[in-house]
Design a protein around this ligand. Structure first.
Ligand SMILES: [Zn+2]
Length: 323
């Protein structure tokens, strides 16, 4: 399909050059490779009617959505169309006024774990999604079947599509769990306290890497950041050296010898014992709600609700196109 938008291409090229010259470590841009992150950009006016969307140059397209979000502002009339694992997606910008939400709960501490996705300081736990671990054998089998096919053959591209679908399913399951958790946290609490995890450092530990990648920590934090802005709650990120798991949430004693495999926290000072993650979550909650926390207020970064009002544009909603 010939849908090149030269102006956008030049804008992209300009950005690529700017990044190359200003951001250290950013390499020289490369050409797009066909079949990898396939997407294109269309500029022009779009129309929405129910689950159908009128695209520039292409015309009316039916989607799998029940109702596509309506476009309120004329300026956001560009769409990006992408293909993921054999499915086509449309993204466009939608202006949404953030609605003020009454938060039924106050401050909450969240401990991101390996055994559970998250443990909250009120005792609630979200079970870990082991999407990849469950699909691992299937993915390995499909990967083998791809490598047995002749390169460039039709059978190989069919096998690749099957493999892509298996990977896509894992990504979707993970995404769903993260969205549900972050929405719950941001909508129901006036302050959310999380730990600044050293994800890349933890990924170097091979025994933890897979479990952490399965949890999607980066994505969790990114979503929490913008959702807290939408719903007007405060996000507090506690310094990564704050000993949340090693401190006794009952008396404040720091238990230095705590190992990663100790699932239960037992305080040597006051004999308080609780689940390790829950103990950490309570400590995080305390660090957030108190005006001066254990690690000092300067070490904390927070996203205030003031930013929300300036940043009204939501990320583009994706509509799934019917083929
Ligand atoms: Zn204690």
């Amino acid at each position: 399909m010939r849908c090149r938008n030269v102006q956008q291409d030049l804008r992209d090229l300009d950005k690529a050059f700017q990044n190359f010259f200003t951001i250290p470590g950013r390499g020289f841009h490369r050409f797009k490779k066909k079949g990898r992150n396939d997407s294109f950009y269309l500029e022009g006016s779009i129309k929405i009617s129910g689950n159908r969307i009128k695209l520039p140059r292409i015309g009316w397209v039916k989607t799998y959505e029940k109702h596509l979000p309506p476009i309120l502002v004329k300026s956001s009339s560009n769409v990006t169309i992408s293909c993921q694992a054999g499915r086509w997606f449309i993204s466009y910008k939608v202006d949404v006024e953030p609605q003020p939400v009454e938060h039924p709960h106050g401050c909450i501490g969240v401990d991101m774990g390996v055994k559970t996705l998250a443990t909250l300081s009120d005792g609630k736990t979200f079970p870990a999604v082991k999407a990849y671990r469950k699909a691992k054998r299937k993915i390995a089998r499909l990967q083998r079947s791809v490598s047995r096919k002749v390169k460039g053959s039709n059978n190989r591209s069919k096998a690749i599509l099957k493999l892509q679908k298996a990977h896509h399913r894992v990504a979707c399951i993970r995404n769903d769990a993260t969205h549900k958790l972050t929405t719950y946290l941001a909508k129901n609490h006036s302050e959310v306290v999380i730990e600044d995890l050293n994800v890349s450092g933890m990924m170097k530990n091979h025994r933890l890497a897979q479990a952490i990648a399965d949890g999607g920590f980066y994505e969790f934090r990114r979503q929490l950041l913008y959702k807290c802005q939408w719903y007007g709650s405060k996000l507090t990120v506690v310094d990564r050296f704050f000993p949340s798991s090693k401190t006794c949430s009952h008396c404040g004693h720091i238990h230095k010898g705590l190992k990663l495999r100790d699932r239960t926290f037992v305080c040597s000072n006051c004999e308080f014992s609780s689940d390790r993650d829950w103990n950490a979550a309570i400590n995080l909650q305390k660090a957030g709600s108190s005006p001066v926390s254990a690690c000092g207020a300067s070490n904390q970064r927070s996203a205030s609700a003031g930013q929300m009002r300036r940043n009204r544009k939501r990320t583009p909603d994706e509509g799934h196109v019917q083929q």
